[in-house]
Design a protein around this ligand. Structure first.
Ligand code: BT5
Length: 253
């Protein structure tokens, strides 16, 4: 049949009270063939929540901590932009609940009031060049209070509650997120990042700004020239050279 098959996100759901990391659980389940495409693992709390590159993700009660498993028929290099696609989808979902602008920060952050409200962790299991499965971890600070986060994070992290003074129904936020993720994923399979690039740039917190990108052990400073059709960040360096970065951390200035 023509067109990519449509999957429902969250139709299979493992709900846990507390776990180490939903990404770890989803990875093991996928490995054992126990998690279908679009299946999710979700926990009320994580004791070993993971960020990128071995970093820790604070996951107290009050947030949404979930992982989705996917079996895309894509090359590894075409899976990498999914972290941008999913960050955009989460931003769009959160925007349904609040009026303040929800922004994205390349490659995997969602920002509210300039602070991180959500992050994406993509883990890819490959065999040679083939993808066995992808686990997309999504963490959203929904009803977290200031004291739920370590003091050192308080000037860079926020929650929907901290920005609005309102509590949100976790199930309602979850369904909005799953619906947006599903839509963005289908679109990505159809058009590639090309079809989502414009939308990403419109929500991007740093487009046109001076930034420093930490990538492959070094810092590159320049002006953000936007994201290309493959999801790479284009940077104009001080010496005028234009470089493309595939992964890294963006800081202002
Ligand atoms: C991320 O990493 O942003 C990926 C976060 C993915 C979390 C989800 S939760 C469900 C699933 N299971 C997991 O174990 N993980 C996924 P990165 O860009 O590396 O950002 C990590 C950095 O963000 C840390 O080093 C802190 O500085 C900061 N941070 C930690 N916890 C935070 C939180 N709850 N809110 C905002 N910032 C946080």
């Amino acid at each position: 049949e023509p067109g990519p098959r449509k999957v429902r996100f969250g139709s299979q759901r493992l709900q846990l009270d507390e776990t180490s990391s939903t990404n770890t659980v989803a990875w093991e389940m996928a490995d054992q063939g126990r998690l279908a495409e679009g299946g999710i693992v979700i926990a009320a709390r994580q004791t070993q929540g993971k960020g990128r590159r071995g970093r820790r993700w604070e996951s107290p009660a009050g947030g949404l901590w979930l992982s989705i498993v996917l079996y895309p028929e894509l090359q590894v290099r075409d899976v990498v932009p999914l972290s941008l696609v999913f960050a955009l989808a989460v931003a769009c979902a959160l925007q349904r609940f609040i009026t303040a602008p929800v922004k994205v920060k390349w490659p995997n952050d969602v920002l509210l009031g300039g602070k991180k409200v959500a992050g994406i962790l993509l883990e890819i299991n490959t065999e040679f060049d083939m993808i066995k499965y992808v686990v997309a971890g999504i963490g959203v600070n929904v009803n977290l209070r200031a004291e739920d986060l370590p003091a050192a994070l308080r000037d860079q992290a926020t929650s929907l509650y901290l920005e609005t003074g309102q509590e949100f129904d976790l199930e309602a936020v979850l369904s909005a997120i799953l619906a947006e993720l599903e839509k963005a994923y289908a679109r990505y399979l159809e058009t590639g990042f090309k079809g989502l690039r414009r939308q990403f740039m419109e929500r991007c917190a740093h487009f046109g700004q001076p930034v420093t990108v930490h990538t492959q052990g070094r810092d590159l400073s320049g002006i953000d020239q936007g994201i290309d059709d493959h999801g790479c960040l284009r940077l104009k360096l001080k010496d005028g050279r234009l470089v493309r970065v595939t992964a890294g951390d963006v800081m202002p200035g």
